[in-house]
Design a binder for this molecule. Sequence first.
Ligand code: ATP
Length: 285
Amino acid sequence: MKSVAISIEWERVVVRRVGATHAVLCDISFAIRAGQMVAVVGHNGAGKTTLARVMTGLIPIAAGAVKVFGQPLPTQRRLVQMGFQPPSAQLLGTTIAEELAIALAARPCETGEVESDARRMQAEMHALCRRFGLNMPLTTPVHHLSGGQVARLCIASAIASGAYILVMDETQAELDPAARQAMRQLFRDLAEQGRTILLITHDMEDVLAADRVLVLEAGRLVDDLPVRSFFYSERGGATPCQQHGFEEPFLVRAARSTNHRLGLRLSPVTEMEWTEGLQHVSACR
Ligand SMILES: Nc1ncnc2c1ncn2[C@@H]1O[C@H](COP(=O)(O)OP(=O)(O)OP(=O)(O)O)[C@@H](O)[C@H]1O
């Protein structure tokens, strides 16, 4: 699985909805490598949720092709899990243990793997809870969890069920800034471990954490850029972020203002890059 570089491929995809006068997604093509975290942005009605639902097989395509690890989506459907708003609506179990047990039971057995026995399943559940920062007993009812904990349990469940591609449709929308930041870090970690993350968001701080950004406008893919090129322009002038009418994140605004005042050309996408850039400049002066 991991040896196949391209995890998601869309070729000239068209989606029509009953009652809509135009195609809601029109001639969309892109390819995403395994291990990439890709943000999908667009103003209301641009087609983001439709794209997410196509990825999970909930909406059929009228033309084109969607491939997952080189195979048609329907044969690979189990490798894709979608998170949507509110995350609590996705939970099937009444406790953490039940939720994870359902997910683990749904995971297809790999060749040579024996079916999980109870003890092994318990060990896997504890390992998942540790990995996803759920530091409470497995017997905890899911309605005792905070929004951030529910969001993490949903992701733990998706991973437990064998997903390699996570399609997150505004799942962080109701989290506080610290929990959102923690979720971004979690997505980054999962991407570094080889998972593909498709993050649908209106929050430009989320975009800053991604590797790449797809911009949808009225059902069309109008930009597909590395995140740095989305927020900074090489030749000065308006950036793609500004051209598309999105609000820039604080780091980008602060870096631009510092560049302007000090005559610099820094283009940081993390705070660490910015402080290192500033240290380098002051050491050279
Ligand atoms: N079930 C449906 N039937 C007909 N048209 C639909 C249906 N669902 C969505 N649409 C239309 O498809 C277009 C894209 O909708 P979609 O929900 O994918 O946009 P979005 O980018 O996710 O918007 P938002 O940011 O508001 O959630 C919109 O014009 C919408 O009206």
